[in-house]
Design a protein around this ligand. Sequence first.
Ligand SMILES: [Zn+2]
Length: 66
Amino acid sequence: MIIPIRCFSCGKLIAHVYQPYLDLLEKGESSEIAFEKLGIDRFCCKRMIVAHVDLIDDLLKFPRLQ
Ligand SMILES: [Zn+2]
């Protein structure tokens, strides 16, 4: 839904890296080089970003469930 602020496993702040990561991928960088540029080195943090599905914009279209 919303990218978690911290990595669930190690606690490193990762939320601020998500949008720059997507921007780098948009420019054609590989995922590994994007992580290197953004300072994400542990695979627990990488899985947080790679496995994230950004659904918040899709869910906001619907009214609140009662
Ligand atoms: Zn981590």
